[in-house]
Ligand binder design. Structure first.
Ligand SMILES: Nc1ncnc2c1ncn2[C@@H]1O[C@H](COP(=O)(O)OP(=O)(O)OP(=O)(O)O)[C@@H](O)[C@H]1O
Ligand SMILES: [Mg+2]
Length: 218
């Protein structure tokens, strides 16, 4: 289980704190959803959890063990918003092998299978894939790192309805044995599967069920 206690983040160039006293627990079973309007700190929270940014205060625990940013980087996989814009490989195979020069074909196949791309042609250029396939490929790239926690920033943004549903089903499936934290503008998409959900509001993280209706972000 991932536990976050008392995060406080105030970047030097911002005139107010972005995150205040943020605490959270996330476990496997279903994705943990974090919603909030633009600028509420969703991406900042992803960057902190994954060890890319250091907050002024707060601790992240794996079980009872506090994790430093280096340990968080190795435990977390991040799929940033519009990951397909950052593909570097000329082919799907190359994209998977970036950072894994000795990737076995078994591991490659298993990662693709887990995201529903087992039949894909590895010689194909990533930009020739459909929008949904590109998102799946970006998730497969992170799965190769075998993260304990997978963080996804707006994983359904820019996809049409049927593809969104496919991605939601995939995330639900992956969350069965991996902690998934999803930040989104579209929390209503995740509501049907009764996920644990929170909203960032004025720098604080509030369980969605306790948030007054008028304050709900979306
Ligand atoms: N390094 C930084 N320096 C100054 N301000 C920052 C920094 N990082 C984040 N911020 C500010 O913190 C706020 C939250 O930014 P963040 O990108 O986390 O929001 P978000 O909820 O992901 O927004 P969006 O939905 O538009 O992606 C913004 O006002 C942003 O300008
Ligand atoms: Mg963001």
């Amino acid at each position: 289980m991932l536990k976050i206690k008392g995060l406080h983040y105030h970047p030097a160039t911002s005139n107010q704190p972005v995150l205040k006293k943020v605490s959270l627990q996330a476990s496997c079973g279903k994705p943990t959803i974090i919603a909030g309007p633009s600028g509420s700190g969703k991406t900042s929270l992803v960057e902190i959890i994954s060890g890319l940014v250091t907050p002024q205060k707060g601790t992240l625990f794996w079980g009872n063990k506090a994790l430093n940013s280096r340990q968080r980087r190795s435990r977390c996989g991040v799929v940033f918003q519009f990951p397909e814009r950052h593909f570097l490989g000329l082919t799907v195979g190359q994209e998977l092998r970036l950072g894994h020069r000795r990737l076995s074909s078994d591991n490659q196949f298993n990662a693709l299978k887990r995201v529903g791309l087992s039949r894909i042609d590895l010689r194909q250029a990533p930009e020739r894939l459909s929008g949904g396939e590109q998102r799946r490929l970006a998730i497969a790239v992170q799965l190769l790192r075998e993260p304990s926690v997978l963080l996804l920033d707006e994983p359904t943004a820019g996809l049409d309805w049927s593809v969104r549903n496919e991605i939601l089903d995939l995330l639900k499936e992956l969350s069965k044995d991996k902690i998934l934290i999803v930040v989104t503008h579209e929390p209503e998409l995740f509501r049907s599967s009764s996920n644990t959900s929170f909203e960032l509001f004025e720098g604080e993280l509030i369980p969605t069920s306790t948030l007054p209706k008028a304050k709900k972000a979306i």
